[in-house]
Design a protein around this ligand. Structure first.
Ligand code: ADP
Ligand code: MG
Length: 508
């Protein structure tokens, strides 16, 4: 249990996340304009009359975005509402030409209702995190202040792009139900899981660096062991796991200090400063915005049928939680490694291809991927597209079958681990051919001929009488010294396991 030491008592934190993911779709939620607003696209070129809020324009709901929301809802084990509405959430901001954002009303069921996902809790056990709702809404445009010293600009390309906002649930009526996030690490694991589900389903890139995923962080504290929910603050628009964790921790300590000095926390909206990791009040409760939600008169209620839900359910791929469970059960992977291999479906597919139908390869391939391949993103194609560049200077792409062959060669004692590493490095350096061809070309073969190894062992023993004496009088740690010498004398080509066994029996 994550706690923070106070002056007289320990404190625990209660966390609620409102996560926005940008829905992948060709066009925007209520217009036919392209939803691609990446920075290389000229500002204000992907804008329809609807997105520019020209008077009298009518929004038309994008059915594909609704399907994406349903898909995500099924991915988080949620109820899908058969009927939900769109409402206008009103506020003024220069990047919001309508003067309101079309969202789904806060007080009524949105398209995705109550659901849950599972993460690893801080105690190492699986923990359910309940989700209250996920609703569809429009993204705002983008203000640009840094292009001209005295002018600000608005780029409407992002105006009207589809967002899905996912809100975690806090069961205030049953405070003993602890299915909510209660530490900075759990917050990160929750966000990673949301990200992986969204990616596996193709619902969103859910990439914080690129801005396709961001979160508002609600935090309150209470004395450890108590069941009360105290006043929370909300820190807006967080865009990295690291900052989110730091903001939670800072905000919790700030609140604890207030309580310990006899004060009360007010329900403020906070801003996080990346420069010094602090939070400060953006607006206080007294100045809380009254959005005056009201049903959008231009949009009919959203009706979803069981047939539609079932049709989408049939297209659901294996979700990351199931893939991870499969890797752990079939290959004995650690939870953490399984998580690395399921960060995207492309990665897990690459891994599945490399393992093929040889289960025994699973663990060692996972190790090679995580410790070697991931360190060289330029040398592998996550998508395993099979594309080989025509450019002779392009880096060599290591394929699933390359890695499978390398691993099989070790398993068959054709080469040892050190030689495998050398072959791998040669591939990184652009050497073409399969690992076996490279081994042949460079004469890398493991010596398993015991007579040859024995000759070298005898030489090493003869050359180191004092070490032999010490070994015999109990310093068995010297075995490594002898094995190392044999390996060096054979140019690293001997099988270290065989050398070690033979050396032991000789010395005894
Ligand atoms: P609002 O309508 O003001 O945005 P919500 O009820 O939608 O508030 O809650 C927003 C988020 O804050 C939810 O994830 C919710 O679980 C969380 N939350 C609510 N109360 C608390 C609290 N006391 N401590 C921490 N998080 C909270
Ligand atoms: Mg809310």
């Amino acid at each position: 249990m994550f706690t923070i030491k106070g002056k007289t008592t320990d404190w625990e934190v209660v966390i609620g996340l409102e996560t926005h993911i940008e829905v992948l779709s060709n066009s925007k939620i209520f217009s036919g304009a392209s939803a691609d607003y990446n920075p290389t696209i000229k500002p204000n070129t992907q804008v329809s009359m609807v997105d520019a809020a020209m008077p009298g324009m009518l929004p038309v709901l994008n059915e594909y975005c609704v399907e994406q929301a349903i898909k995500f809802g099924l991915g988080i084990n949620a109820e899908i509402s058969h009927r939900s509405k769109f409402a206008r959430k009103q506020y003024f901001y220069p990047d919001l030409p309508q003067g309101y954002q079309i969202s789904q009303p806060a007080e009524e069921p949105p398209v995705v209702g109550r659901g849950w996902i599972e993460i690893m809790g801080d105690d190492g056990n699986k923990k359910k995190i309940f989700i209250e709702r996920a609703h569809l809404e429009q993204d705002a445009a983008k203000n640009k202040h840094d292009m001209h010293p005295s002018k600000s600009f608005v780029d409407l390309n992002r105006s009207g792009v589809t967002l899905l906002e996912i809100v975690t649930f806090l069961d205030t009526k049953n405070p003993e139900n602890n299915s909510y996030i209660s530490s900075p690490d759990e917050a990160e694991r929750y966000l990673r899981e949301i990200r992986e589900i969204a990616r596996a389903l193709g619902v969103s890139k859910a990439n914080m660096e690129e801005g396709s995923m961001r979160a508002d962080v609600n935090v309150s504290v209470r004395p450890a062991g108590s069941n009360e929910f105290r006043t929370r603050t909300e820190t807006k628009n967080m865009i990295s796991f690291k900052f989110i964790k730091s903001a939670i921790e800072y905000e919790a300590r700030r609140q604890i200090e207030i309580y310990e000095n006899g004060g009360t926390v007010s329900q403020d909206t906070m801003r996080y400063s990346q420069a010094d990791g602090t939070t400060s009040v953006l607006r206080s409760k007294e100045n809380a915005l009254d959005y005056r939600y009201f049903p959008d008169p231009d949009l009919l209620p959203l009706i979803i049928t069981d047939e539609q839900i079932e049709r989408i359910r049939k297209t659901m791929p294996e979700l990351p939680a199931a893939t991870r469970a499969r890797y752990i059960a079939d290959y004995g992977l650690k939870e953490y490694d399984a998580a690395r291999l399921t960060e995207t479906t492309d990665i897990s597919h690459w891994f599945d291809c490399a393992v093929g139908n040889k289960k025994e390869r699973g663990k060692i391939i996972a190790n090679w991927m995580i410790s070697e391949l991931f360190a060289h993103p330029e040398n592998w194609d996550e998508k395993n597209s099979g594309k080989i560049s025509d450019d002779p200077d392009a880096p060599r792409i290591i394929t699933p079958s390359d890695l499978a062959e390398l691993v099989d060669m070790i398993a068959a004692s054709e080469i040892n681990g050190k030689q495998a590493k050398e072959i791998f490095i040669k591939m990184l350096d652009g050497e073409t051919g399969t690992p076996r061809e490279i081994a042949d070309k460079f004469g890398m073969k493991q010596i398993t001929d015991t007579a040859a190894i024995e000759r070298v062992i005898d030489e090493i023993i003869a050359a180191n009488p004092s070490q032999v004496e010490q070994y015999k009088s109990g310093k068995v740690g010297l075995l490594g010294f002898f094995v190392g010498n044999v390996m060096r004398a054979t140019g690293g080509q001997a099988n270290p396991a065989v050398v070690s066994e033979m050396m032991k029996s000789k010395l005894n």
